[in-house]
Design a protein around this ligand. Structure first.
Ligand code: GUN
Ligand code: ZN
Length: 424
């Protein structure tokens, strides 16, 4: 058993949170045993556990990055292209290299280190089209004991030949990977058609069959990110009424479907996505970097559509979920909507967990949940420390941390109560 005395902050639901200025979090076998005011808990627990004193820090659930590519770290900051050119010019050539298991392992370990250094404890990850890449991701997550969802990217057209799988393999390889990884450690497998453009109808049928056989398996894909992409999708699937209908037609839009981007949805797509219970994943730094557009966060929030934030590295320009949330604030502001620090921290924690179907396991400090959390140390950035002096309310403080913070603020990351420290 372990206990942490700190300022503790977590959400109970999308509007209610708890903040303990002098709090105590008790962990037993990697799970939350109790949380509350130090004064209320100290008598019961101080005999039984050694209390780690982190009173000068802010302790909160680890961040959730609900859309990230494990194979794109080295295309971050590639200059000057919109989505489809960016894929062709930079991204596909890099992903081609992940057929090499040694290369994949090295790049994957670096990738996980970047996430953890930034306080991300759970993510939904795309591999390349190669099994070697998915295996590298899953094995690293197992080694670290991280709660991860990931899938082998499926593509069988409109990509370089060495990135197109044999259509007939989609079902068999998918099933093999589901059997190998689903439920192992803290892993879930996700069916991962990259996007409509790179899958034939035949491939989508095979994914539909997998979904029918394994209905608990989630799906992740891209949708309605860029105008050229949308036009190309229409041309490739002329019989479908819109982009969402392509995935709907193949039974891929349900609860635990993670739809990345969804920037240019029609009214009808918004209506249907809400009915479907699928989740929208907002990737603001990527949408700004690639010039894709401004997601309607206000609508997703007000309609109470399951929603998460994501870095979308390598289209995204930072692994930091603080920077991602700051970009979400700015994107919303450009649309005339002011999102709050509380909304954004909810999306980074419990909201993200809910969107990924993981809110029974992570996202807050409800008793029995997995103790994945971070310590934020504002003294690690002089400017943040100074700004916090004049911030009066908790919300003002959280907002300053979010707008001015980055990986330097993350003092320590804990996975199921075990610490990981990163020295640069
Ligand atoms: N659409 C299809 N593939 C990708 C990708 O790798 N990144 C982004 N941002 N959009 C995509
Ligand atoms: Zn993406």
């Amino acid at each position: 058993m372990k206990a942490f005395r700190s300022r503790i902050f977590h959400f109970l639901n999308r509007v209610h949170y708890e903040y303990f200025e002098d709090g105590l979090l008790i962990i037993h076998q990697g799970l939350v045993k109790a949380v509350g005011h130090y004064e209320d808990l100290k008598e019961e627990w101080s005999q039984q556990v050694e209390i780690v004193d982190e009173r000068d820090k802010l302790l909160m659930p680890g961040f959730i990055d609900a859309h990230i590519h494990g194979v794109q770290t080295a295309v971050m900051a590639s200059y000057g292209a919109d989505l489809l050119q960016w894929l062709e010019e930079y991204t596909f050539p890099l992903e081609s290299q992940f057929s090499d298991a040694d290369f994949a392992k090295k790049a994957t370990q670096f990738f996980f280190r970047q996430m953890l250094k930034n306080g991300t404890t759970t993510a939904a990850i795309y591999s390349s089209v190669h099994q070697e890449s998915l295996e590298a991701i899953m094995e690293e997550a197992l080694r670290l004991n991280m709660r991860i969802q990931a899938g082998k990217t499926n593509m069988d057209r409109n990509a370089p030949t060495n990135l197109c799988e044999n259509t007939d393999d989609t079902y068999l390889v998918g099933e093999k990977l589901i059997r190998k990884y689903e439920g192992k450690g803290r892993l879930n497998y996700l069916l991962t058609p990259r996007f409509a453009i790179t899958s034939t109808p035949e491939q989508l049928v095979q994914l539909q069959q997998l979904k029918q056989k394994y209905p608990q398996i989630g799906v992740q894909t891209h949708i309605s990110e860029n105008h050229e992409e949308i036009a190309s999708t229409k041309a490739l699937f002329p019989e479908r009424k819109d982009y969402l209908d392509v995935y709907e037609h193949y039974g891929l839009v349900e609860k635990n479907t993670l739809l990345g981007h969804a920037i240019h949805f029609s009214e009808d797509e918004w209506k249907r996505v809400k009915q479907s219970k699928a989740s929208l994943i907002h990737c603001p730094t990527s949408n700004l970097f690639l010039g894709s557009g401004l997601f309607n966060l206000q609508k997703a929030w007000e309609e109470d559509i399951p929603l998460a934030l994501a870095s979308d590295v390598g289209g995204g320009s930072s692994f930091s979920m603080l920077k991602t949330a700051a970009a979400a604030y700015q994107v919303a502001a450009l649309r005339g909507y002011k999102t709050t620090a509380l909304q954004l921290f909810y999306l980074l924690t419990l909201g993200g967990a809910k969107a990924m179907g993981l809110d029974d396991k992570i996202g807050n400090f409800q008793i029995g949940k997995e103790a994945d959390f971070i310590l934020i140390d504002s003294s690690r950035i002089e400017l943040v420390e100074e700004r916090l002096q004049s911030a009066k309310t908790l919300e003002e403080k959280l907002f300053a941390i979010l707008i001015l913070g980055d990986d330097r603020l993350i003092d320590c990351v804990y996975l199921m109560g075990k610490s990981l420290k990163f020295e640069d």
